[in-house]
Design a binder for this molecule. Sequence first.
Ligand code: BTN
Length: 335
Amino acid sequence: MIYNSFDNPGLVKILTFLQTHNTEYLSGQDLSDVLRISRVAVWKHIKKIKELGYTIESKQKLGYKLISNSNLLLPWEITSNLKTKIIGQQAYYFDTIDSTQNQALKMADDTSHNGSVIVASKQTGGRGRAGRKWISPKGGIWISIILQPKFDISITTLFPIASALALSIAIEKTFSIKPELKWPNDLTIKGKKVAGMLVDVSLESNRIENLVLGVGINFDVNVKQIEKSLKGTPNFYGVATLSEQKKKVKPIQLVQTFLVELEKIYKLLNAKQTKRIIFEWTSRSSTIGKNVELNTVDTKIKGKAIRIDEDGALMVSENSKEHRIIAGDIIHMSK
Ligand code: BTN
């Protein structure tokens, strides 16, 4: 099942009408007259709307009434009243896909897709950082965003870090909790991973052609099941899910808030205002001030994380030496 935000005008017209008149019953004839859609089409659209997870009460002689909205991240819900200029103004929804990131990469060269969002309910081949798999069952938010930025290549490494900041702000605004930021792009709650970012960049002669930002959010997932499949794999340090929070939030609220925050950050990056991003990221970071360890095939660094650089590199002090870590997975040791 694939939907986009612009190819279903009849369905969206009926749905919007039901959503804005949800205290009354609307007859098929009234919907047909007001919206200038045939009775048969009204009936077909209502059937589809129900299949998509909206609850509609139908009463003989009275008509239809919308009782509740769908929990799916349907594309017209993402674009509806979204307060952004570019990001999320077009959306594509897949019921099941291998990876929204792979799908977005296929679309990224087309300039009409700048800001487009690809969402899936479930991924069968979700990709994580460093070639790892990303477990993406139903209940999570799996989303990729295509961008054709104006900023310089030097900003590329800061971009996922800045995007993690945008998500942390969005979660704070919706759930009233403040997830911590673990370098480079992880969001954690009580030390366990709740979300991660992945960026694929396409460069052409020293210029960014496009970026695809992949965001995985454990919104309402079975933590035990995911932990079971990930235990013992690199960079595994526990899984958290937002559904454990007291406050109940609809996935669409979080996605829309995130897209708005992401666009604000994107504007700052385009205006080269990196200092503000670094300051905000640092204030939410659980990495800075901690003793950290980095193990790669040819290096082993152990020291105190002191700050991040202009390009997002992590500065670690080890005895009197300072190391600049551009990429990799760190382990938090202690304060
Ligand atoms: C990480 O390793 O922390 C990054 C995880 C990114 C996962 C997201 S889910 C949506 C998008 N599609 C993918 O295949 N991966 C990213």
